[in-house]
Design a protein around this ligand. Structure first.
Ligand SMILES: Cc1cc2nc3c(=O)[nH]c(=O)nc-3n(C[C@H](O)[C@H](O)[C@H](O)COP(=O)(O)OP(=O)(O)OC[C@H]3O[C@@H](n4cnc5c(N)ncnc54)[C@H](O)[C@@H]3O)c2cc1C
Length: 360
């Protein structure tokens, strides 16, 4: 396997995990424009002024022997097995791991990203005013709570076309409503808005559906599902290009227990690790195993002092059991911290990661 060159596109939870697990077995180049890994699940903390939610990539990759190329992939040529980058390089590969993640689907090209979270912070410093969060899913809920709790100068409104926290149990949803209202958030459910310009407010954050970053895959003729994610088999190989693996938010993954996997940190981690196992098996002439994944809980922060841990069945449907309040906030913080701990472990002892339940 030493002669194989694996290119991993994207150093998010999925791509970084795949790269770290592959590093002892093959030559790995990780392509991502950023010098640091961004804890994307902390973007709302960045928006209210947490100084840093990043970790230098070097500290994780150098020790593992991974080459990090700080560039943006601009094209994939599957026939020639090479990619191009925005700094004019052409990189050949034997196997490609496509891990370019997702962004919020924004009608005005103002996706909710690390850069826009930093801009939002600057805007909040210019207060007072009213900020409207559009989207009543977990991203919108976490952001609205964080801002309402910490930014006294701002009145927060949350608009959603359906019910807030639609995937939660009745008890979980009630806790979200009560906590947000207690923080002063004005909730407008059942209202659909098409564009930020349609809302009379001082600032808007669009936090509706996520969309996969698969423009490069589509341009290369790699098969996508109707939702725009790369179609993969149970071992996470592209169904149209078996030399390409797709993981994380960019891939349309299904498991027998969980069904179609939603975009999430947990599924990104698990799929990144699993694609590495598949690739290692493939090059050793063994049959790769199918991905096994089942959900256990959804962890939601409601500011720094409150939270919700919603227990779910294997298929992500909510159970009635929830943990609320300060204990839930502390649990959520530990879960978020554990993601960075697992990446550090993967850099030190890549094989150990496959033993962690829900990751390997
Ligand atoms: C505000 C917010 C809160 C969230 N909270 C939670 C949560 O509590 N729990 C949870 O499970 N999930 C949460 N999520 C979802 C979770 O963050 C994503 O599912 C997860 O980040 C997906 O990981 P990924 O590796 O597939 O993609 P990403 O983390 O998006 O990483 C993609 C990487 O690709 C890089 N990239 C993009 N384009 C290129 C290119 N052309 N060339 C090279 N590199 C490129 C990017 O720089 C990035 O490093 C949240 C998301 C947001 C936005």
């Amino acid at each position: 396997m030493e002669k194989q060159q694996v290119l991993v596109l994207g150093a998010g939870y999925a791509g970084l995990m795949a790269a770290l697990r592959l590093a002892p077995h093959t030559r790995v180049t990780l392509v991502d424009p950023s010098p640091a890994f961004t804890e994307r699940v902390r973007l709302h903390e960045r928006a209210v002024g947490r100084p840093d939610i990043t970790h230098p990539l070097d500290a994780l990759t150098r020790r593992a022997g991974i080459v990090h190329l700080a560039a943006r992939a601009t094209g994939i040529d599957p026939a020639a097995r090479r990619i191009t980058t925005d700094d004019g390089r052409v990189l050949p590969y034997d196997r490609l791991v496509y891990a370019l993640g997702s962004r919020t689907a924004d009608p005005g090209e103002r996706a909710y990203t690390p850069e826009t979270a930093a801009e939002l912070h600057k805007r909040l410093l210019d207060g007072p005013g009213e900020l409207t969060v559009v989207g009543g899913g977990l991203t919108g809920i976490e952001l609205a709570a964080e801002i309402a709790e910490s930014q006294d100068a701002w009145q927060v409104r949350l608009i959603t076309d359906g019910e807030i926290g639609a995937g939660l149990s009745a008890k979980g949803r009630a806790h979200v409503r009560t906590t947000l209202t207690g923080l002063g958030v004005r909730i407008e459910e059942g209202r659909r808005v098409a564009r930020p310009e349609d809302i009379d407010t001082d600032a808007v954050v669009w936090a509706t559906a996520m969309t996969a970053n698969t423009a490069l895959a589509e341009a290369a003729g790699i098969a996508l599902d109707p939702g725009g994610r790369v179609r993969v088999d149970a071992t996470l190989r592209s169904v149209s290009h078996p030399e390409i693996y797709a993981v994380g938010d960019a891939a349309a993954m299904t498991t027998p227990a969980a069904g179609a996997l939603r975009m999430a940190c947990a599924t990104a981690f698990s799929s990144g690790s699993h694609a590495a196992s598949s690739l290692i098996a493939e090059t050793r002439g063994r049959e790769p195993e199918p991905l096994r994944f089942r959900y256990t809980a959804q962890c939601i922060s409601l500011g720094r002092r409150d939270g919700l841990i919603q227990l779910v069945r294997a298929d992500d449907s909510p159970r009635e059991t929830v943990l609320r309040g300060g204990a839930a906030a502390r649990t959520k913080e530990q879960v978020v911290r554990s993601t960075v701990r697992v990446l550090r472990l993967a850099a030190r002892r890549p094989g150990a990661v496959s033993l962690i339940p829900g990751v390997g």
